[in-house]
Write a protein that binds this ligand. Structure first.
Ligand SMILES: [Zn+2]
Length: 322
């Protein structure tokens, strides 16, 4: 493996001492108090307007009162359920700590054993399915294929083996895409999309990971009421590491606004046989982002950002080896 220069991509500094989650919060029910989290990470806790802010010299965690938005080092990370007051303190769901915050801040306690080598890139849509259509009639399926090829070249130059679910204007079914990942023994699955919305004002980039079992999906596309456990839930912690690494690096390279790491049960990620994320690279229905997505320079920066995220994830996994 080539030596990785730390200046090229963002990884999170390691926080706190090595205490496995279960022994850290054994027997404390389905919620975790923010004061317990502060103690575990040796962070100071204070209220700043409507946010509870936990901070040490390496990391900052901010959580909105009665809200689902949290920020880990300024990158938005949606909670499954709002942070609620519980007696004299504030608490979040244990799953949001165990499968969200903790894997990001203490990746070494959650990282998979195997260093990722095989990456499946899934350019969204294709063939009969154009995906989102821009104001200037640009098709999502074309843009995401271009971004995917750029990612493939970059990943291969960093020693990854890359398999794409489509190489041209074809439409593999959602199951075909996941089956391919299984067949090639993928270590990571990345589905690449551009967004569309009814309002032209919607803008920014976002990264979806699979919703934890027992919670509603956080996005408006998710089927209401679905709280099922899915195959990809076995990678919940690694998904959080991957989603955060991709979103933080994509933000840095794209310069677009942060819609956060979000949860959904999209078919391609919920059935993925490995850690997986679905990336939305900007809105084709927003005039400024459509203009950017039509430029090679922006597509190149987006591809570089996602690849930097994958490299950051690989670094975290390699570092965690004990
Ligand atoms: Zn799409």
């Amino acid at each position: 493996m080539s030596k990785i220069s730390r200046s090229t991509f963002t990884v999170v500094a390691l926080a706190g001492v090595w205490v496995p989650f279960h022994s850290a919060f054994a027997g404390s029910g389905s919620t975790v108090e923010l004061s317990e989290i502060a103690r575990l990470y040796s962070m100071r806790m204070q209220m700043v307007s409507n946010k509870i802010v936990l901070k040490n010299r390496y990391n900052t965690l901010e959580i909105e009162e009665n809200g689902r938005r949290a920020w880990i080092n300024d990158v938005m990370f949606w909670l499954h359920e709002p942070c609620r007051r519980s007696g004299r303190t504030w608490a979040i769901r244990k799953a949001d700590f165990q499968y969200g915050i903790d894997p990001v801040l203490r990746s070494y306690t959650h990282a998979p054993k195997r260093t990722p080598m095989v990456v499946v890139i899934d350019p969204g849509h294709g063939g009969k399915d154009s995906g989102a259509v821009g104001l200037k009639k640009v098709f999502e399926k074309q843009l995401v294929l271009d971004i995917s090829y750029r990612m493939k070249n970059l990943l291969e130059s960093h020693g990854f083996k890359v398999v794409m679910t489509r190489s041209g204007d074809q439409y593999p079914s959602l199951d075909d895409r996941v089956d391919l990942a299984r067949k090639v023994k993928a270590d990571l699955f990345l589905s690449i999309h551009a967004d569309g919305a009814a309002s032209s004002a919607a803008h920014g980039v976002e990264t979806f990971i699979t919703t934890a079992a027992g919670f509603d999906s956080s996005n408006h596309y998710g089927k209401g009421g679905d709280r099922s456990s899915v195959l990809n839930n076995r990678y919940d912690a690694a998904n959080a590491m991957l989603g955060y690494a991709v979103q933080s690096n994509l933000l840095k390279m794209s310069g677009r606004s942060d819609r956060g790491v979000r949860r959904a049960r999209f078919a391609v990620i919920k059935k993925a046989p490995c850690p997986a994320a679905l990336v939305e690279c900007g809105f084709l229905t927003n005039p400024e982002e459509e203009r950017l997505l039509r430029t090679e320079a922006y597509r190149s920066r987006v591809a570089q950002g996602i690849v930097n995220g994958v490299r950051a994830y690989r670094t975290l996994v390699s570092r965690a080896k004990r």
